[in-house]
Design a protein around this ligand. Sequence first.
Ligand code: ATP
Ligand SMILES: Nc1ccn([C@@H]2O[C@H](COP(=O)(O)O)[C@@H](O)[C@H]2O)c(=O)n1
Length: 203
Amino acid sequence: MIVTIDGVAASGKSSVSSGVAQALGVPYVSSGLLYRAVTLLGLGAGANLADPAALLPLLSGVRLEPLASGNRVWNADHDLTADLHSTRVDTGVSVVAALPEIREWVDAQLRALPAPLVAEGRDMGTNVFPHAPHKFYLTASPHVRAERRARERPEDIPAIEAALTERDRLDTTQSAPAPDARVIDTGPLTLKGVIDTILNDLR
Ligand SMILES: Nc1ncnc2c1ncn2[C@@H]1O[C@H](COP(=O)(O)OP(=O)(O)OP(=O)(O)O)[C@@H](O)[C@H]1O
Ligand SMILES: Nc1ccn([C@@H]2O[C@H](COP(=O)(O)O)[C@@H](O)[C@H]2O)c(=O)n1
């Protein structure tokens, strides 16, 4: 069984997916971490982030470790995970994610994973796992998302909100909800409330 949980930036996808996966006793996979890893490696190599030919050779050692408690991304034996959520990576990642060659590479990593799993991102329900029987799409206003993120980052709420709105804009192409997804506005809900809504739907 595959459950897809897509949504806009900082809508709670990874926290919710982790909670749902732990309740179901299956792993979850965060596709955004793979796009972030490509971006981090590209920045580290001084590569042009819009040039797939410069990025693809950097990816041969990249591996996602999907766990219910939290994903890790490795480049050979180097754990990249702690460096994937910086403002620098946030700023570059949408450029990388717009490249069809990189999307193909990410999709292949994800489709190679064994089910059951919970898959989260932007296009899990529309493109990567279109036949998944259970699909969800998380939203919340930019302000609510920025308030939540401000608890994790040093930037102030208006700066975070502006960056999230810009990332939403750049990610529009791959971020449409699947027609058969249940859309959940997480704004009025607690994290547990969102997880319970999904678990109740699955039952
Ligand atoms: N319903 C909720 N109520 C309150 N806080 C929430 C809720 N959902 C998520 N959060 C908090 O919002 C923040 C962002 O959540 P999370 O990182 O899971 O989002 P995301 O969609 O995976 O983000 P990104 O797209 O940047 O990877 C976290 O601090 C998380 O604890
Ligand atoms: N299925 C996906 C997942 C992510 N992206 C791109 O990666 C960026 C980071 O993703 P987060 O989930 O960690 O926010 C995101 O802004 C997208 O550019 C994607 O295109 N498709």
